[in-house]
Every structure is written in structure tokens, then in C-alpha cells.
Design a protein around this ligand. Structure first.
Ligand SMILES: [Cu+2]
Length: 349
């Protein structure tokens, strides 16, 4: 009783007892309507959640050493999708999506496409050959944009103060990501632990995660006309990584889900009239100025029609166009243009 009525100087006085009783009674009276009022919402919220809950992606990713290019240079490493199984959260209704990916380690690594509300359980295996200089190294997956706890950061103990979160030659490591509401977007993932504290993304260990929003729409410029189309009308995705001196890409055919890695400054091709979404992901340290002459697009989150975009280190940018003319995509920033960061965008009649 003392705890209930703080305003009483003497808890045993008549006035205090009256106050306390009145408070207890009023509390009971006020709780009941609240419960009656809240219960339907609670039931609605739980069933609503059960219906709208996303899917579970169980992924096994390999990190491997690949042969250096003809031009030599330092050792290269790459991720390979070994298996990707999509199911309901309880593991029922499994679909095997592994056939979407090429059966080889690739730079860039596989693009993981999920929906807002989904969860990813990604097990990384370190599969370098014995004798490789990196054999004793740790390798990891560190992702941007989605939610995870400290054990899925993909960093080493020196950084995260908890433990090394790496696959080693003898142990795999499993990371768990949640594409919580608000995480829709295109995000980079990369190694954080091999060779340096910042990882070996510069040697090829990087890829993208696309989180498609619930009921997401895409704004398109159709001959100067601003139109909004559903995500399902996008025929092709181009994930274009801008490293410091070249574009590296991944093409995704949305009809089949099939992914094709595209090496440096690749030629892109799309059917006349088809809708193409670009996902630009800047890795490295320089600022880029992306342009697609002859095209303009809606700057997402605005109603502005623009025709080039500055993208800083570690930024990402997503926009869509309708293919209607041949051109070149390019980075017109001074040093990038000197390096020839551009490629063809061909439209197939
Ligand atoms: Cu990063």
C-alpha cells in the first residue's frame, strides 16, 4: 500500500487509506476496458504477423581462391553459391533456388535476392586448396543494410570485442540476417577478415543483397512521362559494382531468376521496351559520376527526372529505365573517365 500511494506522508492515516483504496479501485476499473479494447488488436496483430511473415533463405556460400587473370597481379578470391533453399519460416514449402547461380566462384559474387520480412541463414565455407597462401586466413561475410546481432557482423574479435566471426579451413561459420521493415534496398556484402582487418573485397570477395520492399513500385520515365510500375514489371536487373577503376556487373533475368556475372566494363543488352533496373554499388575509395547518355530517370524518393548521379564511396543507388536506344553507361568523374570506366548498353529490337 505504501508503494501505491506516494503522496501520503503517513500511510496509516485515514486520508491515505481512502486515497489508496480509491486508486486501487480506479486502476482495476480502468484496466478492464483497456484489455477488452486491446484484445482484438492483439489477436489481429499476431494473426496478421503470421500471415505476412516472410520466408527463410538457407544459404551455403563458399569462399575460394581463383586463378589470377592473364595480366597477373595479386591473388584473387571469390564467393560461390553452393546452395540456396527458400522455405517458410518453419522449414515447410521448400524451393531450391541454387540453379539460378553459376556453378563457379565469380567476381562479383552471387546476388542474393530476398523480400522485406525475410530471414537469411548463411553458412560460409572456406575452401581454399591446401598450400594456398591464404589457407590459414579467416574469411567472412559482412553485410550492409539489414539487421543482425553482434555474432553475425562478420568481423574479428579485435573489432567486435566478442569473437572472430570467420570461416576457417576447419570450421564453417553461420550468419543470420533479418530483412526487417525499412531495410528494402540494395546492399553490399563482403569479406571483412581475410588478409587485413578490412577484408579482401579488393581481391574479389564481394557481392550484393537485394531486399525488395513489400508492395514496392518503381518510377520510370517513359518519353518524358513519369509512370509508376509494379516491381514485377522489371524484366532485368543489372547490379553494377563501381570499384576504383572499372565496373563489374551481375545480370539477373527476372523471368527465370538466372544470374550471369559480367566482367570488367561489360556490354549490357536489353530488349527494346523492356524495363531495366540498375543497382549501382560503389566499392573502393573514389567518388563516381554515373551517366547513361540519352536516358533520364526518376531520382528515387523524389519526382525529379535526372540524367546523371554522383555516387560516393560505399554508397548505393537504384533506378530504372525503359530500354529504347543504344548508348553507353559511364563514369564521367575525371579520373574514372581517364581510366575508361564505361561500357555499351545495347537495345535489341
Ligand atoms: Cu562494408
Amino acid at each position: 500500500m505504501k508503494n501505491i500511494n506516494f503522496s501520503c506522508t503517513s500511510p496509516t492515516s485515514d486520508e491515505c487509506l481512502k486515497l489508496t483504496v480509491r486508486k486501487k479501485g480506479s486502476a482495476k476499473q480502468s484496466m478492464l476496458p483497456l484489455l477488452v479494447f486491446a484484445l482484438p488488436f492483439f489477436i489481429f496483430a499476431t494473426t496478421g504477423f503470421a500471415q505476412s511473415v516472410g520466408q527463410l533463405h538457407q544459404i551455403e556460400l563458399w569462399a575460394e581462391k581463383i586463378p589470377a587473370g592473364a595480366e597477373g597481379g595479386s591473388e584473387r578470391f571469390a564467393y560461390q553459391m553452393n546452395s540456396h533453399v527458400i522455405s517458410d519460416m518453419d522449414g515447410s514449402n521448400e524451393t531450391d533456388a541454387t540453379a539460378r547461380y553459376v556453378t563457379a566462384p565469380t567476381i562479383p559474387g552471387p546476388t542474393i535476392v530476398i523480400n522485406e520480412g525475410d530471414e537469411v541463414e548463411i553458412t560460409l565455407r572456406h575452401v581454399f586448396d591446401p598450400g594456398d597462401s591464404a589457407t590459414l586466413d579467416q574469411v567472412s561475410v559482412h553485410v550492409h543494410g539489414v539487421h543482425y546481432d553482434i555474432l553475425s557482423d562478420g568481423t574479428i574479435e579485435y573489432i567486435n570485442l566478442v569473437q572472430d566471426e570467420s570461416a576457417t579451413p576447419t570450421m564453417s561459420y553461420t550468419y543470420r540476417w533479418t530483412a526487417a521493415p525499412g531495410t528494402a534496398g540494395t546492399w553490399a556484402y563482403h569479406d571483412h577478415n581475410m588478409i587485413t582487418l578490412n577484408g579482401a573485397e579488393d581481391r574479389g570477395l564481394y557481392g550484393a543483397l537485394i531486399v525488395n520492399g513489400a508492395a514496392e513500385t518503381v518510377a520510370l520515365d517513359q518519353g518524358g512521362q513519369l509512370v509508376t510500375v509494379p516491381l514485377s514489371s522489371i524484366n532485368k536487373e543489372y547490379v553494377m559494382f563501381m570499384v576504383d577503376d572499372a565496373f563489374f556487373g551481375m545480370e539477373i533475368d527476372n523471368q527465370t531468376g538466372q544470374q550471369t556475372p559480367l566482367l570488367d566494363n561489360p556490354a549490357l543488352a536489353a530488349q527494346q521496351g523492356s524495363n531495366v533496373r540498375f543497382h549501382l554499388v560503389a566499392l573502393g575509395t573514389v567518388t563516381h559520376n554515373f551517366a547513361l547518355p540519352g536516358y533520364s530517370w526518376i531520382d528515387p524518393g523524389t519526382n525529379l527526372i535526372i540524367s546523371e548521379k554522383i555516387i560516393g564511396p560505399l554508397e548505393q543507388y537504384v533506378f530504372a529505365v525503359q530500354a529504347n536506344r543504344n548508348t553507353q553507361y559511364m563514369d564521367t568523374a575525371f579520373s574514372s573517365s581517364l581510366l575508361g570506366m564505361k561500357g555499351d548498353f545495347n537495345v535489341i529490337p
